[in-house]
Design a protein around this ligand. Structure first.
Ligand code: CUA
Length: 344
């Protein structure tokens, strides 16, 4: 039906798009930590300076139309006026605005550096970038095992946390928009960024440096917990596993998966290491308790792991896990169901 279109109907659309960036778990305009708040004000300062400079340029451009009708100057005078505009508008103004922004923004960058704090010794969490997933390590105190997980970052709320970041392959970047960032993750080098969440909550994280085909499929689920809940979360994962069921599914996991994927407490005698590729896959010790699969590709629900095991190259094309065409569907389903039981 060709109804005459009211122009007002679609006029609101660009506005909706514009405002879509103002909220949500990935919005820098909805900061929830000191680093992100300070970046938020830098963002506004940059926007305001940019708008003012742009409006000034447009005004000058309009002014040139009027100037044509003014009485002509001599070429020498004309040259001097031009030079003044070029130096003032082309050199002085940019230098002044950039220096002003730099001075305004410097404390923001400083705030995210791990400078010693007088009052507290921040929690340290290691985050390692891989194509295309996140390894998260909670170093144990002496004698304690590290807790290792993937694509889910749990942190204490209301206190600063130092994230030591690096990469296993190419350059990635660590970024939790509502908490702050980013920090490049460079292979062979550890960098630290200090972030803090004001209160418990769930936030989105995203790799912020193009790192290959699945760069966008490199999402991080971030949860800030009360200190006590955080400690309990870690303790649960440090406790020795005794309940690992060692039936056929575990045997199949040992044969097909255990060469690349670690599971805490998995019996060594079941690990068949006949793989030729030496790429490390995510630690699966607590996979049954994670909120997503494939670094944010699928929500975790019943049957999701089996589905992922069968169709992961369609769900996340190019990911480093080889296709499982040589493994029977029933076996994959058994492995999937067994992995779902892996939770502290
Ligand atoms: Cu990792 Cu982009």
């Amino acid at each position: 039906v060709n109804r005459p279109r009211r122009p007002g109907r679609l006029a609101g659309l660009p506005l909706v798009w514009l405002l879509a960036g103002c909220a949500g778990e990935m919005s820098i305009l909805d900061p929830t930590g000191p680093a992100a708040r300070s970046q938020f004000w830098v963002w506004w300062a940059m926007l305001i300076v940019t708008v003012v400079v742009s409006l000034g340029v447009y005004a000058l451009w309009l002014y040139t139309f009027r100037r044509r009708h003014q009485p002509q100057r001599t070429p020498r005078e004309e040259q001097r006026v031009m030079l003044r505009w070029v130096l003032g508008g082309g050199v002085l103004l940019p230098v002044l605005s950039i220096v002003a922004l730099l001075i305004f923004a410097a404390p923001t960058g400083r705030g995210m550096l791990p400078l010693p704090l007088a009052t507290t010794d921040p929690e340290r969490i290691e985050v390692i970038g891989h194509q295309w997933w996140w390894e998260v390590r909670y170093p144990g105190e002496e004698g304690e095992p590290d807790v290792v997980t993937a694509n889910r970052l749990v942190m204490p709320a209301g206190e600063p946390v130092d994230f030591r970041v690096t990469s296993e392959d190419v350059i990635h970047a660590f970024w939790i928009p509502r908490l702050g960032g980013k920090r490049d993750m460079v292979p062979g080098r550890f960098s630290t960024i200090r972030l803090e969440a004001d209160a418990p909550g769930v936030f989105g994280g995203q790799c912020a440096e193009f790192c290959g085909a699945q760069h966008t499929g490199m999402q991080l689920h971030v949860e800030a917990l009360e200190r006590d809940d955080y400690d309990a979360w870690l303790d649960e994962r440090r406790a020795p596993r005794e309940s690992i069921e060692k039936g056929d599914a575990a045997r199949a996991f040992g044969e097909h998966c255990a060469a690349c994927h670690r599971v805490a407490g998995f019996p060594d005698e079941l690990v068949v290491d006949d793989t030729e590729h030496d790429i490390k896959g995510p630690d699966l010790s607590d996979i049954g308790s994670r909120p997503t699969l494939g670094a944010g590709v699928l929500p975790m629900e019943e049957g999701a792991i089996a589905y992922w095991l069968q169709f992961h190259q369609m769900l996340k094309p190019g990911n480093r896990m080889p296709p499982h065409n040589h493994i029977e569907t029933e076996t994959l389903q058994d492995i999937g169901a067994w992995l779902e039981t892996l939770a502290p």
